[in-house]
Design a protein around this ligand. Sequence first.
Ligand code: SF4
Length: 264
Amino acid sequence: MPPFADKVKRLDRSRLLLRRRYGEPLRLIVTHPVEHVLRAILAEEASAAEVDQAIERFRRYFADMNDLRVSHPHEIREALGADFPRATYKARIIPRLLDQAFKQHNSMVWDFLEPMGKMEVRAYFERLEDVRPFIAATLARDCAGAHAFPVDNDVARVFGRLGILDPAAETETEMQAFLERAVKASRAYEAHWLIKRLAEDLCLPDKPRCERCPLNAFCPSVVLAAKKKAASRGKAGAKKQPKSKAAAKPKRKKSGGAAQKKRR
Ligand code: SF4
């Protein structure tokens, strides 16, 4: 893994290149903290369009947020649709989180967040069961204006491929702490939004479209068609090679001088 200063440079270079591709971040107007929660959970490995459609379906299926809270996971899964990314997991987590907050504050308005400071909001959600650190970070950022860099599977995957994070060795909390140190507060929202755009557009879980990626010049995980062809040509060539060096060596004729010496 490259040292910290190198990673910071790569992060900034990525942000600038991605801004050229995707433009300025869109800031959704979300007034209810519960909608922030729902969007944060739903957005993992899903596109922005899929999230918007899911929120619309929730509005049609459930009378209000309290109805969503008391619904069974299979009902929420049905509302999401069978093809929604990680629908089963998300359908389990959503009512679990809403119910814990409700039982503590007897409210679905979540005005209990208002007097809390930035760190308090984050700590509150981190203490809830089954709530991953990236959800707590999203809420601290979106509801309390905290400096936070939420790391869900998408962010971990892209930064892992770029050699900036090591998701196999680092926890979600450790990755977030690193990014919050490496990216300035004034740039964190933009950098996060751009990485999520790249994750849903090109750096897909199974088949990244590296040919079209603006970061492919310095990404250590890049898979380009030209490289693939060269690799497959290399393999085909290797098959044709003789098995041992000895077998590959051409037989050398004895030189005339040496042959004469032997005869003498
Ligand atoms: S070059 Fe490929 S693997 Fe690297 S960030 Fe871009 S899409 Fe992902």
